[in-house]
Design a protein around this ligand. Structure first.
Ligand SMILES: [Fe+2]
Ligand SMILES: [Fe+2]
Length: 326
């Protein structure tokens, strides 16, 4: 068969890797949708021209979400002198970009409930991992300029979308994966055996939701950025952030890394000593942010989740965002 270089990327991808996943989860595009509010918030986050009034307008249509965002703004982490009770004040003291991200994280955690997970899997750790990768990816993007920081942050948050979906919407299939892992397979072997590759599932959803290509590719290639056709550097940032999150203890036990670090560093043009300084700084900043993330786990979630330990996400405060490292 001829190897036509003219086959569009998406089409060649469909032909080569989607088949097994589509066979296994034929309705995934129809079954899993993103609520309109979350989708709108995501669009706002991606749009440089978004202004605070846009966020206020969206949250005005979802008072329950707005109330949660305000509640999170009062986290001890922000050390506000007086409590915040309105959205416009939360925006003025914390920053609307941070609140946008917080709202989106809350929306995601409401959509994908990880409180009921198959035995042997830690749903909270998965959210924590996603947040950590989001945080690290944005900082790496600022440091290296290899990706747009807000895009790196969102891709980091969504990079394990496939696992999040499997756990929350297809628990039986996920259980089968865990059983194969228990029987001695690596997670990636089990995914291949069952036609449930998490990167492909996440990609299919991101594509179905019409997310920008940089997110689609970042999700699909977060373990193999070298194969990424168009957004290689952005995918490499996610891959590196993923790896650093694992090393920092924010890991998902099933994810195993086989990373060619020198190659990844060359992709994003980062020297080893600069990486070492970056990691040193992470070891200081991440423990500062972690209590806030843990508080999110108690605050976020569905109205009927009761006292369950659920998790939402947000962006760290401005004072910790400064571009470090030289
Ligand atoms: Fe992954
Ligand atoms: Fe990951």
């Amino acid at each position: 068969m001829s190897q036509s270089p003219k086959v569009p990327f998406a089409e060649s991808l469909e032909n080569s890797i989607d088949a097994s996943v589509v066979r296994r989860l034929p309705d995934i595009g129809r079954l899993v949708s993103l609520p309109q509010t979350t989708f709108t918030l995501l669009s706002l986050l991606m749009d440089e021209k978004t202004v605070p009034r846009d966020l206020e307008r969206v949250l005005a249509q979802d008072p329950a979400l707005a109330a949660k965002v305000i509640s999170l703004s009062n986290s001890a982490f922000y050390a506000l002198e007086s409590p915040v009770s309105t959205l416009d004040r939360a925006i003025s003291v914390i920053g609307f970009k941070e609140l946008e991200f917080m709202a989106m994280g809350l929306g995601l955690s409401e959509t994908f409930d990880l409180s009921q997970v198959p035995r042997g899997f830690d749903g909270e750790a998965l959210w924590l991992h996603s947040l950590a990768v989001s945080w690290i990816a944005r900082e790496l993007a600022v440091l290296t300029k290899a990706a747009v920081p807000s895009e790196a942050m969102i891709t980091g948050l969504l990079h394990e979308l496939g696992i999040i979906i499997l756990v929350s919407k297809f628990p039986q299939q996920f259980q089968q994966l865990l059983e194969l892992v228990d029987a001695g397979m690596s997670f990636s072997e089990a995914e291949g055996a069952l036609g449930l590759k998490h990167n492909v599932i996440g990609y299919l959803l991101a594509r179905n939701w019409n997310l920008p290509e940089v997110f689609q590719e970042g999700i699909l290639y977060h373990h193999k950025p070298e194969l990424c056709p168009k957004n290689k550097k952005a995918a490499a940032i996610i891959c590196l952030a993923d790896n650093l999150a694992h090393k920092a203890g924010y890991s998902v036990s099933i994810e195993v890394f086989d990373l060619d670090l020198p190659f990844i560093l060359s992709l994003v043009d980062l020297k080893v000593d600069a990486l070492q300084s970056f990691v040193k700084e992470l070891m200081v900043t991440m423990p500062q942010v972690q209590p806030l993330w843990l508080q999110m786990m108690k605050t976020g979630g569905k109205k009927d989740a009761g006292g369950k330990n659920r998790f939402a996400s947000l962006m760290p405060p401005r004072e910790l965002n400064t571009s470090p490292k030289s």
